[in-house]
Design a protein around this ligand. Structure first.
Ligand SMILES: Nc1ncnc2c1ncn2[C@@H]1O[C@H](COP(=O)(O)OP(=O)(O)OP(=O)(O)O)[C@@H](O)[C@H]1O
Length: 265
């Protein structure tokens, strides 16, 4: 007997634009926190910058399919993320570190990472090795069986990164992953981001402009829910060569672009 093959089974698994948003608006409570955003992101590490309240975390939540967009088009890994039934296969292929990483304090690092692997519908036989690899990649090998409640803030953040990467996601969303990391760990983390971005789409929100310059292939700058700038880190640096406020050319570029946008708004 010939088995019918569904469209999902023959669909290509890689997409030129793992994230495609057009006129995307997302509410946070009753507030329109993302307001008509147009972006297309491919493979690589994309740094998401913006002042407090710019809408970065709200955008991340929509991309992680945690909140439904209010308006506009959102296509994730080729699937319409505004259609409920399309979300399950997308969720299995994405990884997400929320800004507030909620966890069961009695779980060990290994429990938390394995639990996320299960939520991401990984084949059960693959889970222990995948969890171990994710824990090793964030350098928590010697704390793998420690309870989460016993970890420092930086270690907890690294456990959060491990749970986000356990399924080797094609789309990885990291909301302020470097908060609490010490300088040495931040340098190691940049290395890990570059590795992950070689064949996945990684979006990293941060307030550290230097992290973006060091580890990202492009920069997205948001303010008040809108896109201010998208370009390569060198463009950010170039904008800072003529003025602005900050300790480095990249920080000055950030302030120049933001002030120019606010002046024009
Ligand atoms: N539950 C909520 N109800 C009402 N407004 C909210 C809610 N959550 C967020 N907001 C508002 O939405 C806007 C965007 O918030 P969001 O957390 O996405 O910004 P952000 O860029 O991540 O900020 P930060 O850098 O401080 O983390 C802010 O003005 C915030 O006050």
């Amino acid at each position: 007997m010939v088995r019918a093959v569904s469209a999902d089974e023959v669909a290509p698994t890689r997409h030129a634009w793992p994230i495609e948003a057009a006129g995307l608006s997302v509410k946070a409570g009753r507030h329109l926190a993302v307001d008509g955003l147009d972006i297309r992101l491919g493979t690589g590490v994309h740094g998401l910058l913006g002042p407090n309240g710019a809408g970065k975390s709200t955008l991340m939540r929509a991309l992680a399919t945690v909140v439904r967009p209010h308006r506009g088009r959102l296509v994730l890994l080729g699937a319409d993320a505004t259609a409920g039934r399309a979300l399950r296969p997308v969720r299995a292929r994405l990884g997400y570190l929320p800004q507030q990483f909620g966890f069961y304090p009695r779980f060990t690092v290994r429990d938390a990472v394995e639990y996320m692997a299960w939520l991401r519908e990984m084949p059960p036989a693959a889970v222990p090795a995948a969890a171990q690899q994710a824990i090793d990649r964030v350098r928590l090998t010697d704390r793998a069986d420690a309870k989460l409640k016993s970890l420092s803030g930086g270690m907890l953040r690294r456990a959060g990164i491990a749970q986000a990467i356990v399924n080797e996601p094609e789309l990885l969303l990291l909301d302020e992953p470097t908060v609490g990391l010490d300088p040495e760990q931040r340098v190691e983390f940049r290395e890990l981001m570059r590795e992950l971005g070689a064949d996945s789409c990684v979006l990293v929100s941060t307030h550290l402009v230097e992290d973006v310059v060091a580890a990202c292939s492009d920069v997205i700058l948001m303010d008040q829910g809108r896109l201010v700038f998208q370009g390569v880190p060198a463009d950010l640096v170039r904008h800072g060569e003529t003025g602005g406020v900050g300790d480095s050319a990249a920080e000055r570029g950030y302030s120049v672009l933001l002030h120019r946008h606010r002046g024009a708004a």
